[in-house]
Design a protein. Structure first.
Length: 392
């Protein structure tokens, strides 16, 4: 049984053979009330268990950090304040259900699900179809929504780090304000704030309210502004800003477009730092990923930009060129590469050489919640796998 835990909603499901075997259900997170929050977690898993035609083997799910994931203890969460002080969530579920429980970061499991059954297999299939000999084994996964999360998959394994703190991209330095972390400009609240600033309105206290306002695009339900209280003007949600930017709702369209360009700028700067260290394709999920046509262009400009040297010369921002998986022309250029035959010195033999260093950035193929569920399933299988014996 699996759970995708967000600051707003908890989505429960069950996986068998890497496929969902029940209809997922959603309960509110009740993020400010620990008893109600834990009650909904128990109720969600109990409801899923009743739908199964066989007893479940384990519980594996995503939960925001900071946390001691190995021991199942959740720490002080920004999006779920009821958990402050440390809550032994994993042991609670083990006691209640009598099952092994595996908990990990939602960004990590999103990346793992897309690497195993979504974005990465599709990318390698496209390369095979194009006749390219290249194949990718690594993946960076990013989630954009209420917060900014990430995960890293290396050679088919989820890379957690020695402290379980790998992929915590939300704490990258913010390119727009070096004293602020990246999430402040890469999140739903950032879209709302930047819209208000560009429109010449006050951004004090602006935030994207809970619920549908953090998700944009065709899959999202319609939502109006969130009343600011005291009879004041409505505070727009990220969905409102998206609808204004696409012309679906009235408003300051240029300000809305500017808000998403700012998102792309901040995301591109943060992602460039990640790609400098981790050479891998990138998949983006979360509620804001549906607005990719609005922020991808600026993001890619950042990735393919330049540094300026003291003498005025320019150096590419990255060792690799970044291409857009969602644009057929860009994808075709990426898959074609620059392969050619070169002569082996002192020999009549030639070998293939592709000097192009490149990666591709695209959006989730599975949908964020499904990717997290599949990632949780794969992680539990790996955690239960017998480890080889090592002899000195």
């Amino acid at each position: 049984m699996t759970l995708d835990a967000g600051g707003t909603n908890f989505e429960f499901s069950a996986i068998r053979g890497m496929k969902e075997c029940v209809q997922p259900i959603t309960f509110p997170s009740e993020s400010h009330d620990l008893d109600r929050c834990l009650g909904n977690i128990l109720r969600g898993f109990e409801t899923i268990k009743k739908q199964l035609d066989a007893p479940p083997a384990a519980i594996s799910f995503a939960f925001p950090g900071p946390a001691d994931y190995i021991n199942g203890i959740i720490g002080d969460l920004g999006n779920l304040p009821a958990f402050r002080g440390g809550v032994a969530l994993g042991p609670m579920l083990e006691d209640h259900f009598g099952l092994p429980v595996f908990i990990n970061n939602d960004g990590d499991l999103f990346a793992y699900g897309e690497a195993m059954h979504g974005f990465l297999p599709e990318l390698n299939h496209k390369l095979e179809q194009s006749g390219s000999r290249r194949r990718f084994r690594n993946l960076i996964g990013l989630t954009l929504g209420t917060g900014f999360g990430g995960g890293i998959v290396r050679n088919g394994e989820l890379f957690l780090g020695d402290n379980g703190a790998a992929g915590e991209v939300w704490l990258l330095r913010n390119s727009s304000d070096p004293d602020v972390f990246a999430e402040e400009h890469i999140s739903a609240r950032a879209v709302t704030r930047e819209y208000l600033v560009a429109a010449g309105e006050s951004a004090f206290g602006a935030h994207s309210p809970a619920g549908e306002g953090n998700t944009v695009g065709a899959e999202s339900p319609a939502a109006g502004g969130n009343p600011a209280g005291g009879g004041g003007p409505a505070v727009p949600t990220a969905l409102d800003v998206y609808r204004i930017a696409t012309g679906a709702s009235p408003g300051n369209r240029e300000a809305a477009l500017q808000a998403f360009r700012k998102l792309g700028q901040a995301l591109g700067a943060a992602l460039a730092d990640v790609l400098t260290v981790i050479d891998a394709p990138v998949v983006i999920g979360g509620g804001l990923s549906n607005a990719w046509p609005l922020f991808f262009p600026e993001m890619l400009r950042q990735l393919n930009g330049h540094f300026t040297m003291a003498d005025g010369s320019r150096v590419p921002r990255l060792e690799v060129n970044a291409y857009n998986m969602e644009d057929p022309e860009s994808l075709s250029t990426f898959t074609s590469g620059e392969a050619r035959m070169v002569q082996v010195p002192f020999s009549g033999r030639k070998v293939s050489y592709d000097p192009a260093k490149s990666i591709v950035v695209g959006v989730s193929r599975l949908g964020t919640s499904k990717a997290v569920a599949l990632g949780a399933f794969a992680f539990a299988l790996h955690a239960n796998r017998p480890q080889p014996n090592f002899h000195p």
